[in-house]
Design a protein around this ligand. Sequence first.
Ligand SMILES: *[C@@H]1O[C@H](CO)[C@@H](O)[C@H](O)[C@H]1NC(C)=O
Ligand SMILES: *[C@@H]1O[C@H](CO)[C@@H](O)[C@H](O)[C@H]1NC(C)=O
Length: 208
Amino acid sequence: MIVAFLFIFIGCLWSFKRSSRTRMLSTLVLNAHQLHEFATRVLQKSRGTLEFKGPWFAKMDFIITSDPMNVHYISSKNFSNYPKGPDLRMILEPFGDGVFAADGNLWKMQRKMIHSVMKHNKFESALEKTIYQKLENGLIPVLDHASEVGIKVDLQDVFQRFTFDNICMSVLGIDPNYLSFEFPQVAYANAFNATEQAVFIATLCQRV
Ligand SMILES: *[C@@H]1O[C@H](CO)[C@@H](O)[C@H](O)[C@H]1NC(C)=O
Ligand SMILES: *[C@@H]1O[C@H](CO)[C@@H](O)[C@H](O)[C@H]1NC(C)=O
């Protein structure tokens, strides 16, 4: 996969000025290491919705949107018109038949179940309490400690840990204390991180 990726990368550099389609793909590949920042800039420039056209051989045409109205329409109002399809299911395979990868009735059933939990007012107050506690007993003490001792921390890592603890507490009812002074390694947090990276790379390489 990496060889294929490099091949396309070199191919794109070679043909950089040849067509706007190739240029779009090469710009994407060149910015893969800072995709969030890149996507934010590009989406801002195109007022929230962008049509991406890859080179003809890569079959990489897609639309990317951050407009809440579009997201709502696609993911909820007219979902059956936007099936994820077998390609995306293959990429999201590590997530099994969960709501991210499912289509059709399976998706509908899971969405209904999750929705009924989330819209329950007890869920909202429990979530608020969980996040507040983690903020008070985790995030603030860790940042205070780092500032007192004068150590550098990677804020992305800190907030990833903060989010992970909150999700575990809200969904599983346990606190893995991934966010603590020692910045511990937690096997399933690492596994989840590795899965995310793999899905991301698979998304980029899928057509290549
Ligand atoms: C969903 O999309 C289909 C196909 O474009 C369209 O015919 C239908 O009216 C849409 N439904 C809603 C609720 O917008
Ligand atoms: C997740 O993985 C990436 C890439 O391997 C790494 O840079 C990052 O520090 C990891 N994050 C955590 C919280 O382990």
